[in-house]
Design a binder for this molecule. Structure first.
Ligand code: NAI
Length: 319
């Protein structure tokens, strides 16, 4: 067996694959033997208009190199149609890369209802709809690989991108739960926050940087995460410029503010603020259970102590 990571016999659906990062993913998977559904609505970077050219050009490039690809021009908001193209053309669906995206950058107070809604619809709802359409097929075959695309704007915040930040961090949350629910069906799911020169970044980054940050530097990470041999699931990775790293949550040791038989006060919060925000003894909770489990123990322990103290006091009461 060769060491090369191959995708022969695998069907990969990539949304927004007519430009930028999605195109790089489509070419990379096709080169490794996958049958690729090249989805692209073909509109502008702000989500206006549509057309078939973007997807067609990528399909032509793949086919001219001897690869297998089919175009789909629907919006990700029509998730079922994208998956239907995969099933009708190639008979199954193994991998979904939720990459399609647009921008409507405005400072927070200037975001219109429409600018808010279209960003949530394309990024968050679109990723949900495409993935939900693929899910029963993946579940039935006991195999699937899913990528959601977040952004450093969501993870850290970015001026002028409140609508986009909300959608992008939402995708990281969606990925976390999809990864948990997919485990028993052989469905793995990861989230990436890429950086690359593209029509989305050319208006905000200097030309030399846009040219230097090639989408091809991101594609290999997506390819590996979607391979049979990759065990990773539920991860969040920042990727760009030929670098990749994994993120996780970090939590301070914190402070217990409640004391037996006393009410917890805002003054206690103030007086413990240094301890609450001190990362020197931090932990890295990996699950909801790990995060809240000890709080349940804490509350149960204290309630029990208070109950026992109350019972002891009652038993000493003169009858
Ligand atoms: P791009 O504009 O080059 O490619 C996005 C593609 O999605 C376009 O071809 C567009 O036609 C397509 N698309 C838009 N709305 C669609 C819809 N409703 N249905 C189907 N296709 C649709 O942008 P780029 O930079 O390659 O971005 C790809 C993804 O990576 C996006 O989700 C973006 O938010 C994300 N991202 C990119 C970063 C970067 O540095 N380029 C940074 C962080 C995240």
């Amino acid at each position: 067996m060769s060491d090369t990571l191959r995708f022969d016999g695998k069907v990969v659906l990539i949304t927004g694959a007519g430009n930028g990062l999605g195109k790089a993913y489509a070419l990379a998977f096709a080169e490794r033997g996958a049958s690729v559904v090249v989805n692209d609505l073909g509109g502008s970077a702000t989500g206006v208009g549509k057309g078939s050219k973007a997807a067609d050009l990528v399909v032509q490039e793949i086919v001219s190199k001897g690869g297998k690809a089919v175009a789909n021009y629907d919006s990700v908001e029509d998730g079922e149609k994208l998956v239907k193209t995969a099933l009708d053309t190639f008979g199954k669906i193994d991998v979904v890369i939720n990459n399609a995206g647009i921008l409507r950058d405005k400072s927070f107070a200037r975001i219109s209802d429409e600018d808010w809604d279209i960003i949530q619809r394309v990024h968050l709802r679109g990723s949900f709809l495409v993935t939900r359409a693929a899910w029963p097929h993946m579940k039935e075959q006991g195999y699937g690989r899913i990528i959601f695309v977040s952004s450093s704007a969501g993870i850290y915040g970015n001026f002028g991108q409140a609508n986009y930040s909300a959608a992008k961090l939402g995708l990281a949350g969606l990925s976390n739960t999809v990864a948990l629910e997919g485990k028993k069906y052989g469905i793995q799911c990861n989230c990436i926050a890429p950086i690359a020169g593209s029509r989305l970044t050319e208006t905000v980054m200097p030309k030399e940087i846009v040219q230097a940050l090639k989408p091809e530097y991101v594609a290999p990470v997506v390819v590996y995460l979607c391979h049979d041999t990759c065990q990773e699931t539920g991860g969040l990775f920042e990727v760009g410029a030929g670098w990749v790293g994994k993120l996780r949550w970090e939590r301070t040791e914190g402070a217990v503010l409640r004391q037996k038989n006393k009410t917890i006060t805002a003054e206690a919060v103030r007086d413990n603020w240094a301890k609450i925000t001190d990362f020197s003894q931090s932990t890295h909770p990996r699950s909801n259970q790990e995060s809240s489990g000890f709080m349940i123990q804490l509350v149960n322990g204290m309630d029990q102590e208070e109950k026992e103290a109350q019972e002891a006091a009652n038993s000493n009461d003169p009858v």
